[in-house]
Design a protein around this ligand. Sequence first.
Ligand code: HEM
Length: 119
Amino acid sequence: MNESIYDKYGGYTVLHSVVSLFYKKIMNSENLIHYFENVDLSRLIDHQTKFLTTVLGGPIMYDSKLLKKAHAALKIPIKDFTEVAGLLQETLVESKLEKPDIDKIMEVVASFKNDIITT
Ligand code: HEM
């Protein structure tokens, strides 16, 4: 059996630090910061890590059906989704994941686009 992306890079602790770097980048975007002003960031980092753990072949820790509800009130346009996805990709490159694994993760994230954006 192929090793999951989750296990390949060291599991939860490593993923958690990758996700922390991702939100650092988001918080540095003047365009994105307003979405997160009243959000408990450490709780969000935990939820995002659990989501990625679940979709990257680790233990199931997050019910992806919750994504739609979590984002509905935020009214996120496609351009902000694209910016966030770009920051995730940048984070994964800086964290030295291999290109095919980055492509796979970006594919998985893109597959949730319609749960996140408001059209
Ligand atoms: C790129 C794909 C994205 C993924 C995989 C993702 C994933 C998540 C997850 C797992 C949560 C936690 C939900 C919960 O508490 O159950 C969350 C919350 C949140 N996301 Fe996203 N997200 C994405 C894109 C975005 C974008 C584009 C924005 C804004 C531009 C955004 C803004 C937020 C905010 C503000 C919360 C906190 C909501 C709250 O706690 O009330 N997300 N996201």
